[in-house]
Structure formats: C-alpha cells, structure tokens
Design a protein around this ligand. Sequence first.
Ligand code: ADP
Ligand code: ZN
Ligand code: ZN
Length: 749
Amino acid sequence: MIYADVIVDISLEKLDKTFQYAVPDHLSERIKEGSVVIVPFGNGQRFLKGYVMSLSEEPKIDPAKIKPIRSLPEDELGPEEQMIALAAWMKKNYGGTMNQALKTVLPVHKKYTPREEKYVCPAVPKDILQGELNALLSRKKHSVAKERLMRELLSEEEIPWDVITGKLSVPSSNIRDLEKKGILRVTSKHIYRNPLSSKSLEDSEKATVFDLNPEQKAAADTVKKTMDEGKGGTFLLYGVTGSGKTEVYMDLIEETLKQGKEAIVLIPEISLTYQTVMRFYHRFGDLVSILNSRMSPGERYDQFERAKKGDCRIMVGPRSALFTPFPDLGIIIIDEEHESSYKSEQSPRYHARETAEERVRYTNAVLVLGSATPSLESYNRAEKGEITLLTLKKRVEKRPLPVCEVVDLRKELSSGNRSILSRRLKDLMEDRLSREEQIMLFLNRRGMLSAMSCRSCGEVIKCPHCSVSLSLHRDGKLHCHYCGHEEPKPSVCPSCGSKYLGGFKAGTEKIEDEVKKTFPKARVIRMDADTTKGKEGYDEILSAFKNREADILVGTQMIVKGHDFPGVTLMGVLAADLSLNISDFHAAERTFQLIVQAAGRAGRGEDPGNVVIQTYQPDHYAVMAASDQDYEGFFRQEMAYRSLLSYPPKNHMLLILITSDREKPLNLQASSIADMLKDSLRGKCIVSGPYDAPVYKINDTYRKVIYVKHEEYAKLVDAKDLVEQSLNNAEGFRVNGAYVWFDFDPANM
Ligand code: ADP
Ligand code: ZN
Ligand code: ZN
C-alpha cells in the first residue's frame, strides 16, 4: 500500500502539518508529490482539497484508521495549486525538501493582515443633512468641530477618517456621535500597499511608444503568432546592446493584456532600478507592480494579493517574481537571461529560466529570454531547435556599435606607465572631458587589489573564519567579503612580526583617487557595494549620473548592467581579464559577457562611442571576441572547450556539496557518498571527487564537493535520488554532523 502525506490547510504557517491518506489503486498512477487531491476530513463528512507532500510505504498510524484519498479535482489548477505543483517539480529536479520548495514558491511564511483604512460617508440625503446642520447652528453653544465635519459631509461622498481627525481636527467622539444618530456611516477598506503609487504623482508624463522597426516587429510578430495559437513556447531574443529589446517586451505585454492575461518580467536585482521600473510604469501605469529585496515581507505579500485579485497585471521583479500567483499568466519575460543571479543560492537551487519554462506549461503561456550575450545553454538550445531564436542585429535608429580597442597592459608597464589608466584611455578621457561628454570606468572585480600581505615573509592576511584573504577598506579595517568579519588593520605581520606590511586600497576606491588626481577638475562618482548600502543609494548615484551631475562614473559590475545613459561616449574596461583567473569553467563566458555589456553602455545616444579594453591577456579568445562584439565566434570556441571537458551545456552537471563544522565527519560523509555513487553509477555517469571546494572554509564551515556529469538531466536526478535515499531522507539531509546540498548545473563553482 502507498500512503500520501497530505497538507489539508494551506494557510501558510501550517505547511509542516500533514495528514496521512491511503492512495487507492485506481489513482496510484496519477498521484505524485505536489498533486492536488480531494480527501475526507474530520469525521468524514467534509471533503477538502489537499496537497500531496510526499509518498511512502510506511503507515504512521494504525493502517486501519487511515482513510483513502477520494478523488482528484476536475477543475483546472488555480494559481496557488500551480505554485504547489511547481514546488514539487523543483524538489524533484533540484533536490532539497518539499518544505524548502514550498517556502520558495509561497515566500511569505505568515499571513499578513493587510492595512485597513477607515472612511466616513454621509448616511442620509443632502437635504436632511442640511436640516441637521441648521438645527446644530440654531443652538446657542454648538460644537464647531461637529459643524466642520457636517459641512465637509455636505460636499464629499467619502472622507478618510485620518483626514477628519487630522486635518479637520474633529475628535473621534464627534464622529461616533453622528454615527449613532444615523447621520454618517463609518466604513473601512483593505489597503494593499502599492510600491509605485507615490511615484505616479511626481512622474506622470506618458511614455513615447515607438513604432517598432522591421527587426523588432519581426521578432514580436513571431511570438504573437504563438500567443494567438494558444500553444505556448520558449523564445530566445538575442539582440545586440541598444537594439531595443525592452520595446519588444512591452509590445508583447500589450498583446498579453489584450488577451486578458497577465505578464511577469524578470530583471536581475542589480538592474532593478528606478529607471527600468519607470519605463514599464510610464507605459502601463497602475497595472504594473514591482518586487524587490528591500521590501518587507508584508509589502511583498500585498503585491501577491494584488496580483491574485487582478489589481495589478504586470509584475516586474527579480527571480522570486516568478512565483507571482496570477490567475491567467500569458507571458514570462526574462531580461538579461544570462545573468548568474537567476540561479538561487539556497536550496532548492533552482534556475529561474528552467523553472519559468515549467511554469508557462501550466497555462500555455510563452517564455521570452532576452540578452545581448545569451547564456551558452540558451543559445545551444536555440541552435538545436529546442527553442526559437529571434535576433536583433542592429542598434535602433542605425546607431553604430561602439568602436573597441584593446590595450596591452604589459606594454604599458614596459614603457614605464605604472598608472591604472593606459595612455590611450587617458587621452580619450581628456578628449571627452573637453567635449563635456560622459565617461564610465568599469573595474571587473570588487576589492581584487585589496589584499594585505607582508613584504618580509609574504604572508597574506586571511579571514579567521574563511579561507580567503581579507580586504583593506577606506575605513582602515580589514573586511571579509564572505562572512562579514572585520578587524582593525594590524601594525605588524601576525606571522613574523615585521612592520613592512603592503596594503592596497579596495579596487574602485583606488581608481577613484587616481582619476581625481589625474583630472582634478572632473566630477567623479563611485558606485560599488560600499557606496550603495543605503536604501536609495543605488538609484541616487544612477540618477545623478544620468542628470549629468558627474562626468565620470567609476564602478564594479553594477554600472554595466543594462543601464541607458545616452551621454556616455567612452567606456574604459580596466583589468578586463581579472575574471579570467577565477577557477570556474564559466570564467571565459562571464568575462566575455561583462566586456560586451560594458561596451554596450557607450554610444547609446546621438554621439557614437569608444571602448578601451585594458588587459594583460589581449590574445585570450574571450577578450578578442568581446572586442569584436562577435558572439557567434565566442560561442563556437567556448562550446569546443566545454565539449572537450564534458562541461555544461555539453553535459549536465550535478555538484554535491558536503559541509560540516568539523573536518572528520565531513571527510567521512564525502567519501561515503562518492564511493556509493561510483559504485552504483559505474559506466553510466562520470563521478569525480570528493575535492576541497574552491573556497574550502566559509564562516567556520568546511566544504567538499563531488561532481556527477551526464548528457541527460534525468540521469543526474536519479543520482540525486540515490544520495537522498542513502541519507534516509533525513530532514535537510544532515547526517552525522555533515550536511548535503545539491546544485544542478551550478552557476558558480
Ligand atoms: P536594449 O535593451 O536592447 O539594450 P533598449 O530597449 O534599452 O535596448 O533601447 C535602447 C534605446 O532605443 C532606448 O532609449 C529606447 O527607448 C530606444 N528605442 C527602442 N526602440 C526604438 C525604436 N523602434 N525607434 C526608436 N527608438 C527606439
Ligand atoms: Zn610576515
Ligand atoms: Zn570570513
């Protein structure tokens, strides 16, 4: 007999409470984890909808007392049921527990009571009200507050309670008096916070709706045809920087709304700025809502409620916006689909792209992936014909792509230039400053130059909790970017006592200083994790730059993501190759993407742009292809390399991460899993490891990894299931002091 653990009450705080039911034979084929079922409840008179969390052969109570599942519901799945089915799919394909999966798709753990707002309205016709007012005035000593309230009621149909007690300063006892007399009524409304409502006041101009150019139109029409046929499908919109992808998205959203359906737009959190949100808001007004990580759980809950009620019909947000419970979803758009932030770093480690593809199946919606530098995965699938490729080869309005040049930093050094800025870049900067055009300088990695080391013994100062070096910041302290540890800068080497310690300032700070020294008259602003800490810091810096309050913007990856600054005509990519040195098979792909995206910021306005790429590895294929803006060329070379080493997307890859605060249980657990897998999967999958993780220790936790590779994803799911079974499905997969995590096709190694 098979038994199902079923959640009957889906109020979110009770996700953990399940009841066991028997699965009748005639339904056993159709009931899976995540299935919606109809079960008897209480004394058996009531039938309720339930959700299957897990299946097992073990009865938890006397089997005679376990009731059978009655049936499966006949109607289509509602939005919440779709999310639960999605959670089950995620658990199966990414590992982790059903609970973790549910908490991901239903991200609010507690039910929030929405804010209530009270209103006062007249309860009698105007003439009677006037009569009452006259009666009041005829008295010698009457309450002026009451008089004010009644006069207001004569002219207004509905007055907020707060206005009466606030601006009109009428005591609430007066309101209640008149309520008792039947002159007025007090009502209340639930108010769902609208994150954009305050913006509508300051910014009410309408968007210019461009006529799509022929390339844009061809792309949009292909998607619309599929929408009209109601079939659903996935599209890759590969459009060079500045080719007008966003305009295509908005055209498709318009069509979706016409069909009475809703739209989700995913944007990487880092690009989710005021400007990007406003582009959608100006076009679609109050139909747009947003999610972002700075919102309180209550605010997020409100947005999901508004979506369910049809109060908003377009949700713009990061990865988690994917789970917006729209009743009739028509389209999901994933902008900058290559971004690694679309992969969750918590269990279940889902990828938004794949999960979106599963979600659109439920309603035959379409999925549009957009990028100027598509992920190898997506482009590979498009080449194989699994998804439909749409291309925008040209920038809008015939604007040229920027002119890129590569500067070899080794030659700079040998000719005596020790500056961070090459001579060519410096010359161009001078030129742009004299013409009052704007410049961006992009440093590939935050804090790369900031480690502190001893010049006598060579010791690098490391974090006591992690196996990474500490970075010296302008506050004079050493910081760990992994665990947040900070300590004062030591005056002598902790290892040999030498006082000759070499420190570097954090990368972007150092560049900012040098640029200010070289161009004392230029207005320079810096954008990195330190300057954007405050809630609005990010938007403030971007708006200031857009409004030309600065000439030069210095920053990390944050400044290259999707922004549209028409005044920028020069982009300097400093140390383009730093990201090539990371020990991760994505290194070349990430470097290529970053350089192309950075280059794409220049020359978006009337004036054409230049890009200077400074590098120690001018001959690397990622650098060369990026400077030629040659995506296809890069794709071919990189695919050859991935195939050679059986890396994704040639093969799929499962990373099993084992962590523990003690090394002994860690080693035991890691070897036992690796041995078991090698044994069971011999000749079927490639299993390698255990190895120390690239960062072996984080926050006092030691980490080991095992890799499993196979062409078919399903084979890796089987491997994961084997490991889970061997751990006996322990909650969170913790056994003997070691935890086990799964990461399919990892975004970071
Ligand atoms: P991408 O996202 O592909 O980099 P955007 O959508 O940001 O490009 O478009 C770049 C600029 O071109 C924007 O300022 C946009 O308003 C403008 N634009 C887009 N489509 C058109 C069009 N058909 N005609 C004129 N301008 C357009
Ligand atoms: Zn030393
Ligand atoms: Zn640390």
